[in-house]
Design a protein around this ligand. Structure first.
Ligand code: KIV
Ligand code: ZN
Length: 385
């Protein structure tokens, strides 16, 4: 099994979700939960972005001992200095410094030539190495960069001391095959690549962030960056809980393992949703309200006989108490009877048939029939002697 490091950026890229603003206490609570979840590295913030973020990163760096804490810096000495001040008390301080490498970013955003970009990247990585042992360098917009240029700049930043090279799909533009091939190209065309490890960082604009991340590890990346619930800029980042569960459930196929404690997933998801104010969509994989809910009679009948007929993940694996058979218009008699027995009712066959008829009538008017509705139906039927 190949060990894949999980780099969580919920507190940095996740906090960049439009409308999200976490205070220091909320960030600290989330950091403690991420530590329980077992992330290898957590990106606690972007200290140069505000005094509040600086304080939050400093507090997290002082508190968290079982995950390594990192923070973001632009390729500027002042950002690196501020990040050092925030991170210096961490058990294993790490810097994450980035610079764009795509023609579109270099020309319009940075207004620099490719040669100037190489010089800045090398100078800033060397500068960061004066303080940090671990320096991750990200080629922002790597997936839209020229591969030959990418290989050249990566070789130079590794010589300058970068220990991790991250190749982000910043705008969620790439596809699994193409993203995987980029990692392969870099592995095969950067002579000193073995002195650093490769990391992937995917955004979800085309809904492929998780698939792209898996393609990256299949082609040599040993670190995955992402967020819990997939929150982040625009359409968000790769959802770490989906990746970790996919690698676990499909370990017949994927030879990869992570340190994530899967039963902490639900609690992490709930906490982050509460503090960010970003509701988890009902149909979200792994943590959505409906991820372990079954409504149709055929599915409910199968699940009651053997849950694995329609569930590939057990709810307990990710810290959810049990699955949920939702009573609605597609539900059948088997699930209905099972629920009322759970509620403590023992009805003779003809009363059961009567109750089921009343339940079916109600489902035409109501999407989901609750235990309170069942109580009303059953009370009417029992008193009707
Ligand atoms: O998406 C991105 O390119 C980033 C970088 C700062 C790593 O978040
Ligand atoms: Zn990002």
């Amino acid at each position: 099994m190949v060990q894949i490091k999980i780099f969580d950026t919920t507190l940095r890229d996740g906090e960049q979700s439009p409308g999200v603003n976490l205070n220091q206490l909320e960030k600290l609570e989330i950091a403690k939960q991420l530590e329980r979840l077992g992330v290898d590295i957590m990106e606690a913030g972007f200290p140069a972005s505000s005094q509040g973020d600086f304080e939050a990163v400093r507090k997290i760096a002082q508190t968290i001992k079982n995950s390594s804490v990192t923070a973001l810096a632009r390729a500027k000495k002042s950002d690196i200095d501020i990040a050092w001040e925030a991170l210096k008390d961490a058990k294993e301080p790490r810097l994450h410094v980035f610079l764009a490498t795509s023609p579109i970013h270099m020309e319009y955003k940075l207004k620099k030539t490719p040669e100037e970009v190489i010089d800045i990247a090398v100078e800033m990585v060397s500068y960061a190495k004066q303080r940090f042992t671990h320096v991750e360098w990200s080629a922002e917009d790597a997936s839209r960069s020229d591969l030959k240029f990418l290989a050249t700049i990566i070789e130079k930043v590794i010589d300058a001391g970068a220990t991790v090279i991250n190749l982000p799909d910043t705008v969620g533009y790439t596809t699994p095959k193409e993203y995987g091939e980029m990692f392969l190209y870099i592995k095969e065309n950067v002579p000193n690549i073995n002195k650093a490890s490769l990391s992937c960082h995917c955004h979800d604009d085309l809904g492929m962030a998780v698939a792209n991340s898996i393609a990256a590890i299949e082609n040599g990346a040993t670190q995955i960056e992402g967020t819990i619930n997939g929150i982040g800029e625009r359409a968000g980042n790769a959802a770490l809980e989906e990746i970790a569960v996919a690698l676990t459930i499909r370990n017949d196929f994927y030879p990869y393992t992570t340190n994530l404690v899967l039963k902490e997933i639900k609690r992490s998801s709930d906490l982050i949703s509460k503090f960010t104010g970003m509701a988890v969509p009902g149909n979200k994989a792994v943590v959505g309200r409906n991820a372990f809910a079954h409504e149709s009679g055929i599915h409910q009948d199968g699940v009651l006989k053997n849950a694995s007929t329609y569930e590939i993940i057990t709810p307990e694996l990710v810290g959810i108490q049990s699955n949920n058979l939702v009573l609605g218009k597609h539900s059948g008699r088997h699930a209905f009877k099972d629920r009322i027995v759970q509620l403590g009712y023992q009805l003779p066959e003809e009363k059961l048939a009567e109750a089921f008829k009343a339940f079916k009538l109600l489902t035409d008017r109501k999407k989901e029939v609750t235990d309170d509705d069942l109580f009303t139906i059953l009370t009417d039927i029992q008193t009707d002697v």
